[in-house]
Design a protein around this ligand. Structure first.
Ligand code: UZR
Ligand code: MG
Length: 253
């Protein structure tokens, strides 16, 4: 069909990744507070673009998480982390150079290796990496993906998942206990001392950089449908975007 034809720039939706190596993917940043539904929004976008059940070597929409880029802690910081006294919601908790270089590689259409992080030990898994293959669309989600201007300005589209703080806390508590091996006191203390203040200081102010704010998160099917349609149009060259992946040249942006 017409919509599956390659556009002027050679973006072929439905072709193998080997064909897109070296091409700039459409890069989407997804920010928002902890447990706002960032991962779920990304999953929905991937599902709606029809990519989820594909093998990773064929898939053309990939999602990566800022959580994979937590930096190695010093022994003193590790001791603090064990007592719940390390601030994992601060921009300095991440290896931001690695984030920048990885995003630059992704934009260059290169295959990259991403560290694997273990929340139970608050550290990187030794010698474990996830391979990210070149794709047409890359989603990068995390609480602070819009914090540093050098990284922020690399996104072609910026989404902010805006979910009420009480809803986020209500989701965060069972998740930390079940999936991340914490106890209730530790979770609530960490939330009060670090997570909430850091959200207000570092994450919430980045909402102003978003192109689209998604109220309520993944429940907001209308917003997700609109975004997916827009991505689809860009991939098929119906709409231009500022980095010139689209086919139309007479756009105002
Ligand atoms: P999302 N986090 C941990 O709990 N432990 C770690 O070792 C590393 C990170 C938490 C971090 C942040 N904060 O709020 C959350 N704390 O992971 C971000 N405390 O993940 O975006 O999925 O909520
Ligand atoms: Mg997450």
């Amino acid at each position: 069909s017409e919509s599956h034809k390659a556009n002027d720039m050679g973006i072929r939706f439905g072709s193998k990744i080997n064909d897109v190596e070296g091409k700039t993917p459409f890069l989407i940043g997804v920010a928002g507070g902890t447990a706002s539904g960032k991962s779920t929004v990304c999953k929905r976008i991937m599902e709606k673009l029809g990519q989820v059940d594909m093998d990773h070597t064929e898939r053309q929409v990939v999602c990566i998480s800022q959580d994979s880029f937590y930096r190695e802690l010093t022994p003193a910081e590790k001791a603090k982390a064990e007592k719940g006294l390390f601030n994992f919601d601060h921009p300095d908790a991440f290896n931001n150079d690695l984030i920048l270089h990885t995003v630059q590689d992704i934009l260059a259409g290169k295959k990259c290796e991403i560290p694997v992080y273990d929340y139970r030990t608050n550290s990187r898994c030794d010698n474990q990496f996830t391979t990210i293959y070149p794709a047409d669309v890359v989603l990068f989600e995390g609480i602070l993906v819009f914090y540093f201007p050098e990284i922020r300005e690399l996104f072609h589209m910026k989404l902010f998942v805006d979910t009420d703080s009480d809803t986020r806390l209500a989701r965060r508590v069972p998740r930390d206990i079940k999936e991340r091996g914490r106890d209730l006191d530790q979770v609530l203390n960490q939330y009060m001392y670090f997570v909430k203040p850091a959200f207000e200081e570092f994450c919430s102010p980045t909402k102003k950089y978003a192109d689209v704010i998604i109220p309520r998160g993944a429940d907001n099917t209308v917003a997700i449908d609109l975004i997916v349609h827009h991505i689809w149009d860009i991939l098929h060259g119906a709409v231009s975007h500022k980095f010139g992946l689209g086919a139309m040249s007479n756009s105002s942006c």
